[in-house]
Write a new protein. Structure first.
Length: 248
């Protein structure tokens, strides 16, 4: 799948946006395949995803095509909305950030190209750092919990910041640096415990495949704009970049 997307880009001469032309279509196709959405229903799912992200109005109505997607996948509307909004975006955003980090840190890219076996730990470092600032996870305390000087009372809402945890200097020395061989690297980019991401292994595999395939097929890949022109997409629940313009 990735090779066919890259084949389609092979005759490009000018800048190409790898968010729109590689990360997003690859992630969407993978998630639709895993969830079991028919080819003809995919544009509808992507459209709903867009509506849910940008609109402040009521959620899009259930039409016959949507009902067919529910029947095909065996998922209810709430679960499908979850997949629409978060899952392909989440993966696409991590692929784009991963490519960006490696392009922004040429010494780390050089190490990865010299030692391809570092791809697994490079992906963990991408997952640690590529968590958007607005990524909050809400939980309600089931019992009173003493946390240092604070008492969290039963029923209290506690909001966790994955980004803050993943950049905790007490756990990750020099936490803001991107180091592809960081070890140990016990980040919580996939959450923790009961609600740990169901697709963590799949996502790791897809990230490893995407990052190593792109750099092996495009060894001269570089940013087409200065780093400070790369913008974060603030409309996405799970973060991401507006565009990743590159040349190769
Ligand atoms: C790199 C990509 C991904 C990241 C960083 C990620 C991250 C997360 C995080 C942080 C959670 C925990 C949410 C919580 O604690 O409330 C989660 C849950 C979940 N993720 Fe992912 N995710 C990714 C990709 C995917 C994909 C591709 C799928 C589906 C194909 C998926 C399916 C799920 C599901 C079903 C849950 C809920 C698990 C539960 O509540 O039992 N994720 N993910």
């Amino acid at each position: 799948m990735l090779d066919s997307i890259l084949d389609g880009l092979s005759d490009r001469t000018g800048p190409t946006d790898l968010c729109a032309e590689l990360a997003a279509p690859f992630a969407a196709r993978m998630v639709f395949d895993v969830v079991g959405v028919r080819e003809e229903d995919r544009p509808l799912c992507l459209h709903r995803s867009h509506l849910l992200r940008v609109s402040e109005g009521p959620p899009p109505v259930l039409d016959p095509a949507r009902i067919r997607v529910m029947a095909d996948t065996g998922q209810d509307e709430a679960t499908l909305a979850f997949f629409d909004v978060t899952e392909h975006e989440t993966l696409a955003a991590r692929i784009a950030y991963g490519l960006l980090f490696l392009l922004a840190y040429p010494d780390q890219l050089c190490r990865l190209q010299r030692t391809p076996a570092l791809i697994s730990s490079a992906v963990e470092e991408i997952l640690r750092l590529a968590v958007p600032g607005g990524s909050w996870i809400p939980r309600y305390a089931r019992e009173d919990i003493e946390f240092g000087p604070i008492l969290i009372e039963r029923g209290d809402l506690v909001v966790f910041s994955l980004q803050s945890a993943n950049r905790d200097e007490g756990v990750f020395p020099d936490a803001n640096r991107f180091l592809i061989d960081r070890s140990p690297n016990q980040h919580i980019g996939f959450g923790y415990g009961k609600y740990h991401c169901l697709a963590a292994h799949l996502s790791r595999l897809l990230l490893r495949t995407a990052i190593s395939t792109v750099f092996s097929r495009m060894p001269g890949l570089r940013l087409a704009v200065p780093l400070d022109r790369i913008e974060v997409d603030r409309t996405q629940v799970t973060g991401g970049l507006n565009a990743l313009p590159v040349v190769w």
